[in-house]
Design a protein around this ligand. Structure first.
Ligand code: AMP
Length: 286
């Protein structure tokens, strides 16, 4: 397995492989890999000749008072996992190799990025779209895999790819949960045992709300109970909402898929979770 530290090395490798007619898949990550990441990597492995995993804690997607410096890292372990799962190349640049001090160009998605995590974390999605666009230009992937765990991010990336005509197929892989149904996340490492216990409420609140929707309950009532249930155990709620899964707006008669999404804090840790409901599949309308 190759390890590239500079953008130039990665781009040269990608260009050589493209010229040789190889297909490339990219899985962007911030490292501290867990089974959620590995599910993306395994899916990508099955889809391409060459599999590139980026491992980069992207400073420009963190706000000033966020956890950039404490973000969990274990590069050696990440590399062994990547090797075991058949990754061809890991890209692990230093921030100064990715960002020139006088950089002045960013990619900005201006609709789906506005609410939810975008409202709570100003500048976050600009950091995400900018680094992902750069990674696309460096790794030249035919396919890139993202996780449903970060549902808003997945929509923003898909929109960027559509709007800017990146010749890349975006695949969104299902959310992977841990033994206790807490969504796997590198940030789970911050949770105390007691916080972890309370964090299970997110899955419970989501599943109860999904069952209530399937039973035909009124969406506004379900949304209220959804929030109240999370509030019983979380220290605070950034958002808990039921919306159209494509637009992230309030559901309308045209909505065919709902997303229930939440960000809540347990101690200092901010956790995300979500579930989808396919209304067509269950023969329902708003
Ligand atoms: P991160 O390292 O947290 O930036 O995540 C890298 C990629 O892995 C993103 O596309 C995430 O959505 C995805 N991911 C993280 N956790 C999970 C999970 N529990 N299930 C599925 N995908 C995940």
């Amino acid at each position: 397995m190759l390890i590239f530290k500079t953008p130039k090395e990665l781009q040269t490798f990608a260009l050589e492989n493209k010229r040789a007619g190889k297909s490339i898949a990219l899985v962007p990550t911030m490292g501290f890999l867990h089974a959620g990441h590995m599910s993306l990597i395994d899916l990508a492995r099955s889809k391409s000749d060459i599999l590139i995993v980026s491992n980069f804690v992207n400073p420009i997607q963190f706000g000033v008072n966020e956890d950039l410096s404490s973000y969990p890292r274990n590069f050696e372990q990440d590399c062994s996992l990547c090797k075991e799962h058949g990754v061809d190349a890991v890209f692990a640049p230093m921030p100064e190799d990715m960002y020139e001090p006088n950089r002045s160009t960013y990619v900005n998605e201006e609709m789906l990025s506005n609410g939810f995590c975008g409202a709570d974390r100003p500048g976050h999605f600009r950091g995400v779209t900018t680094v992902v666009a750069k990674l696309f230009n460096l790794a030249l992937p035919d396919t890139a895999i993202f996780g449903q765990k970060d549902a808003q991010q997945a929509l923003v990336i898909k929109r960027m790819v559509r709007d800017l005509n990146f010749p890349i197929e975006i695949i969104i892989a299902p959310l992977v949960r841990d033994y206790d149904n807490v969504a796997l996340s590198s940030r789970n490492a911050y949770l105390s045992t007691e916080e972890r216990e309370r964090a299970r409420i997110l899955y419970n609140a989501l599943s109860s709300a999904v069952s209530a929707i399937k039973a035909g309950k009124n969406i506004a009532d379900v949304a209220t109970t959804f929030t109240e249930t999370i509030a019983q155990k979380a220290d605070s709620i950034d958002y808990a909402s039921i919306c159209d899964a494509e637009s992230l707006e309030a559901p309308t008669e045209a909505t065919t898929k709902l997303i229930l999404l939440t960000a809540a804090r347990f101690g200092k840790t901010r956790l995300l979770d979500n579930m989808l409901v396919d209304l067509k599949q269950i023969g329902q309308k708003i």
